[in-house]
Design a protein around this ligand. Structure first.
Ligand code: 5GP
Length: 195
């Protein structure tokens, strides 16, 4: 028997993946949490962002980020290629729509690691996205971690710390908040949310 709108219904029933968005201040341990989640959730794909930031030592184009020029970034904006983009710290960062949509449509879950401005934009466009904020146990601990990491100049460190306070103030807008006091427990918490 033929049912009206069958095509549209079956399209709706198509299994698509879930979108997870991880945010938190610089130095809170998002990188480690992300790696742990990717190693433990086989269906989870990481979306590699574009940035105008220069690569740090040991970073490779196409692995941590797609490192692109300001001109290219502006081109992508005018072509409407970004799902979201934001000016974070001192550079531009953006998520390509095509990367996320193709993985979701293939039935994979997708993980974005983006800042608070970007995360809130994604939630507006895709309310079903699951927003996860990683918070430090205290601002003092975060300062120590960020200073100890030794990846930033003193001016960049200052910007990152002042942005950290602004980001932490918005954590209640997230679906989940993980306090990264103990790394192993934080990893387990994230895995549970994703799986
Ligand atoms: P970093 O320079 O330390 O790699 O990243 C700086 C900040 O930019 C981090 O908070 C990171 O989550 C954020 N970020 C990375 N990629 C994106 C993106 O595509 N969009 C937005 N809005 N933020 C991003």
């Amino acid at each position: 028997m033929y049912r009206k709108n069958e095509g549209a219904d079956s399209e709706h029933r198509m299994k698509t993946g879930k979108l997870f968005v991880l945010s938190g201040p610089s130095g809170v341990g998002k990188g480690t949490l992300r790696e742990h989640a990717l190693n433990n959730a086989p269906n989870l794909k990481y979306s590699i962002s574009c940035t105008t930031r220069k690569p740090r030592e040991g970073e490779t184009d196409g692995v941590e980020y797609r490192f692109i020029s300001h001109t290219k970034f502006q081109e992508y904006i005018s072509q409407g290629l970004f799902l979201e983009y934001a000016h974070v710290h001192e550079d531009y960062y953006g998520t390509l729509k095509s990367d996320v949509m193709s993985e979701l449509e293939a039935g994979h879950d997708v993980l974005l690691e983006i800042d608070v401005q970007g995360a809130l934009k994604v939630k507006e466009i895709m309310p079903e996205a699951v927003l996860i904020f990683v918070a430090p146990p205290s601002v003092e601990v975060l300062t120590q971690r960020l200073t100890g990491r030794g990846t930033e100049s003193s001016s960049s460190l200052e910007v990152r710390l002042s942005n950290a306070l602004k980001e932490i103030a918005l954590k209640d807008k997230y679906d989940y908040v993980i306090v990264n006091d103990d790394l192993d427990s934080a990893c387990e918490e994230l895995k549970k949310i994703i799986l």
